[in-house]
Design a binder for this molecule. Structure first.
Ligand code: HSE
Length: 429
């Protein structure tokens, strides 16, 4: 059996894990799948650096472009990340008729439409299972198993770092900074932690998921995004007391079942502890899918880390190698842009909290603001903070626009000292 020669761009956590998997079980993979994969070239930023992974001599290079154009490379695996130069390298490979496997959510969420067009034109695979939720076989499930399904909502925990942080805060009372440092040590975090904690990573993944689920192009810029940096231990503890867990959620949905408009957003949310997503702890990811015929289903697994992500890359690689042999390629269709419903029109329950001066008439002033904005309160709690007090509310279903106006008006009251974070509430009202 002739080997399919693989050119790997980037040898960080995932690249090194992929090389390890191929070296350790190349023969087993060939036996099980009928495809023999051989690491032909590996491009790294600094070829002189010592690596913990064993590479065949002479395959390491600092020149990624040379790997892509090398006639001795049949399939390209892009693990560099970011938009540039990764995008140019992927495009060059596709133009040259070489299938590409990538884990690059940022690239796909910004320039996916254009790259898929090239792949469709040159009839080669552009596969990206590892780009969303690491080792969970989610993309293939949505693209293939659920291809005929009218999906109404995809809601998931797709960032391991933030889920790890929120879990440590909820269960151990860890500080935000300590939990982030631990996640970084464990290799879950992006090199720039803002990508995780500000929700950029999850937003890119949400755009990719929405595009597949709804068959219309959603870009990273279409996704409403809020991160977890304003969440305090007090918010997490309060949520827990009320039977909720705080999670950073990526949500892609058709707000009106029969309409084509889609809403895509990433934000921290209070998830009812009875919801399956509430049980997803640590760096695990899970995606809860709702469809007309299939009903509800959830996929769960490791969403970050070298080995789980490399496992997804390997699956794609085997697929691409098979297709190369048979002269076929996966399904690639050119998609029209999605019609995006503005975040202002979201309808949800909300959790809000504020620190106020503790004196007569303050509650009346606050509730006048909510009433004037048409926001109805479902529950209220107050605790003393010396001379001040913290008020915590959960609203009945309200419109995002009205809630944002409420927050602005509350900030303008002289009795309100601080308005804390806003959490959308997921669960039965
Ligand atoms: N930083 C990402 C996470 C890695 O924490 O989930 C996988 O995209």
């Amino acid at each position: 059996m002739d080997a399919v020669r693989v050119g790997v761009l980037g040898c960080g956590n995932v690249g090194a894990a992929l090389v390890r998997l191929l070296t350790a079980d190349g023969a087993g993979i060939a036996e099980r799948t009928g495809v023999r994969l051989e690491v032909a070239r590996v491009a790294v930023r600094d070829a002189s650096r010592r690596r913990r992974v064993h590479l065949p001599s002479g395959c390491l290079t600092g020149d990624a472009a040379a790997v892509v154009t090398d006639p001795g490379v049949d399939v390209v695996v892009e693990l560099i990340g970011g938009i540039d130069p990764a995008g140019t390298l992927v495009r060059t490979a596709l133009e040259a008729g070489k299938p590409v496997v990538t884990a690059n959510k940022e690239l796909l969420a910004h320039a996916g439409a254009e790259l898929f067009e090239v792949a469709a034109r040159t009839r080669v695979d552009l596969l990206y299972e590892a780009a969303v939720a690491g080792g969970i076989p989610l993309i293939r499930a949505l693209r293939e198993s659920l291809a005929g399904e009218r999906i109404t909502r995809v809601m998931g925990i797709v960032n391991g770092t933030t889920n790890y942080i929120l879990t440590r805060m909820a269960e151990e009372g860890a500080s935000y900074a300590d939990a982030l440092a631990e996640a970084q040590e464990l290799g879950y975090a992006e090199s720039d932690p803002r990508a995780d904690v500000e929700g950029f990573d999850a937003a890119a993944k949400a755009a990719i998921l929405a595009t597949i689920a709804f068959g219309a192009q959603v870009l990273a810029g279409d996704v409403f995004r809020e991160g977890i940096t304003r969440i305090t231990a007090a918010d997490v503890a309060f949520a827990r007391r009320l039977g909720y867990v705080v999670k950073l959620l990526a949500v892609a949905e058709r707000p009106d079942k029969d309409d084509e408009e889609v809403a895509v957003r990433v934000h921290p949310a209070m998830v009812a502890s009875t919801h399956p997503l509430a049980t997803v702890r640590g760096s695990f990811n899970a995606v809860f899918i709702e469809g007309d015929a299939v009903g509800e289903l959830m996929l769960y697994g490791r969403g970050a880390g070298g080995m789980p992500t490399a496992s997804a890359v390997l699956g794609d690689l085997i697929d691409a190698a098979h297709n190369l042999r048979t002269g076929g390629s996966g399904r690639t269709t050119t998609l029209a842009p999605a019609t995006i419903r503005p975040m202002d029109e979201l309808c949800s329950q909300y959790y809000l909290n504020m620190d106020v001066v503790d004196r007569p008439g303050v509650l009346a002033a606050v509730s006048t603001v909510t009433a004037e904005n048409g926001v109805s309160l479902a529950s209220f709690e107050q605790e003393g903070l010396g001379d001040d007090a913290r008020m915590v509310f959960i609203t009945h279903k309200a419109r995002e626009r009205d809630i944002q106006d409420t927050l602005e008006d509350l900030r303008g009251l002289d009795v309100v000292k601080r308005v804390g974070c806003l959490l959308r509430v997921i669960g039965p009202e």
